[in-house]
Write a protein that binds this ligand. Structure first.
Ligand SMILES: *Cc1c(COP(=O)(O)O)cnc(C)c1O
Length: 459
């Protein structure tokens, strides 16, 4: 074992070393992410336009491209203390198994009941909804992690929470559904016959297993037609990346304690929030020309928005009720095959990350799920943690980079985001263990069919 006595297996920050503010990477971007557009007029959406849908303070954060440091309110900091700072773990055992000269660290965000990083933004969004005097919030959940996190956050602040859960996950993950109900939220499989948009989607496609895009449309409809409710979203939006910057800030603080500078930073990318948060302070240094890093976004081959999508304005949801966002997208009508990494089944990518990728600050790659689970099992056996399928995309890329270092003899430091645990994904592990997991990659024709239906921008 090449254990280095100067660098512990886990670096834990003290509670009072937790960042006092979130870092807004947009402040350091020369090319700002493109604004949200009103789908009717093609005009950028301002504060007043977004108020029927989102909480006021969250809209301010969404539109703020200039303030680098946004203080974390005391109430949120207190909640963070229940499960943060999260550990930065040196994967000594994995390094030894791979026999690589590379050093591998991972930031583990699965140490809370929701099992993922999503709680970091859920608690912030619930706090601002409460501050505004709202009665409740609505949302969608894909794999269920966001719904779980939001139901926890809402119960903490005494807010009502209505969750639309993508139908295939609702059926595949009864236990996650039950955690959500235990925290007092109501939960509806989507598409449902409880909304206009759900009924329309079902009429067109009665056998659909649903998608995040469908569920978003339903949640937005309920929020905008129920007094005292707003819609909240667990990924994609600028505000979510802002809250998730706590991951990157803690990672940087922990590395700085030991004078470690990473070379390669890797994260899985669904809507882009954990990756955006993990890389934020490092990307800031790169944008300011202070340091250079390689950033790698990893996505499923079944839903490859960065690697095979187009950079264009698109709807954030299948029902086409949300604003238009400029992003790498496969088209809002794209419904990915039933990949087990439910949290990565989104047709688009955060506008902030899309702009950074477009400007060449970041790389992207995709993997088939069998390759991802191979890495997940290897990691679970040697590092002890049973990883979420989503997180395992980052593990796959980290292992591949470490193996590349083995060939070249490079002693690179690789940091990756281990976003969550896989306890609710055991049906997926069962499929893999039984040798029944298959890979379904969309053809160019399928992608083209959905991309050709991108909206025309009025005016
Ligand atoms: C939701 C989720 C993701 C993907 O979402 P991002 O917004 O891209 O971070 C990744 N890992 C886990 C465990 C998740 O729950």
């Amino acid at each position: 074992m090449k254990y280095d006595n100067n660098i512990p297996y886990k670096i834990y920050l003290e509670e009072d070393q937790m960042p006092a503010g979130w870092y807004n990477v947009r402040a350091d971007m020369k090319n700002k992410p493109a604004p949200l557009l009103n789908p009717g007029t093609g005009q950028p959406m301002g504060f007043e336009d977004l108020r029927p849908v989102f909480c006021d303070e969250l809209i301010r954060q969404e539109l703020d491209n200039d303030t680098a440091f946004i203080p974390i309110p005391q109430e949120i900091r207190e909640f963070y203390r229940m499960y943060r700072p999260s550990p930065l773990v040196r994967a000594y055992c994995l390094e030894e198994l791979l026999n690589t000269p590379a050093k591998i660290d991972y930031k583990f965000e699965g140490n809370n009941t929701s099992g993922s990083h999503k709680l970091n933004s859920a608690i912030a969004q619930a706090y601002y909804a409460k501050q505004q005097g709202l009665r409740g919030v609505t949302t969608e959940t894909g794999a269920g992690q966001w719904g779980t996190a939001l139901s926890m956050a809402c119960s903490y602040f005494g807010l009502d929470c209505k969750v639309f859960m993508v139908k295939c996950s609702y059926e595949q993950k009864p236990f996650r559904r039950e955690v959500i109900r235990t925290y007092g939220a109501s939960i509806t499989p989507s598409p449902s016959d409880t909304t206009n948009v759900g009924r329309a989607i079902l009429a067109r496609n009665p056998n659909t297993t649903g998608s995040l895009g469908c569920a978003i449309s339903e949640a937005v409809e309920v929020a905008t037609t129920t007094p005292g409710y707003r819609y909240v979203l667990g990924s994609v939006l600028n505000q979510v990346l802002l809250h998730q910057s706590i991951i990157g800030l803690e990672t940087k603080a922990a590395l700085d304690l030991y004078g470690i500078t990473p070379d390669i930073i890797i994260g899985c990318a669904g809507g882009g929030s954990n990756l955006g948060g993990l890389i934020a302070p490092f990307m800031g240094e790169k944008l300011r020309g202070e340091k250079d890093y390689r950033f790698i976004a990893v996505e499923p081959a079944s839903c490859p928005s960065l690697t095979r999508g187009v950079y264009a304005y698109d709807f954030c949801d299948t029902g086409m009720v949300c604003p238009l966002a400029k992003m790498y997208t496969l088209g809002s009508g794209f419904i990915p095959s039933a990949n087990h990494a439910g949290g990565l089944r989104y047709h688009g990518m955060s506008s902030t990350l899309s702009q950074l990728y477009h400007d060449g600050y970041m790389e992207a790659r995709s993997y088939e799920q069998t390759k991802v689970f191979e890495a997940a099992v290897q990691f679970a056996r040697i590092e002890g943690i049973l990883p979420a399928p989503e997180s395992s995309h980052a593990i796959r890329a980290a292992i591949d980079e470490a193996l590349r270092c083995k060939q070249t003899g490079e002693e690179k430091t690789i940091v990756f985001g281990l976003t969550g645990t896989g306890y609710f994904d055991l049906v997926a592990y069962q499929k893999y263990n039984d040798g029944q997991m298959t890979d379904r990659i969309p053809t160019d024709e399928e992608l083209q069919a959905s991309i050709s239906r991108l909206p025309k921008i009025p005016g």
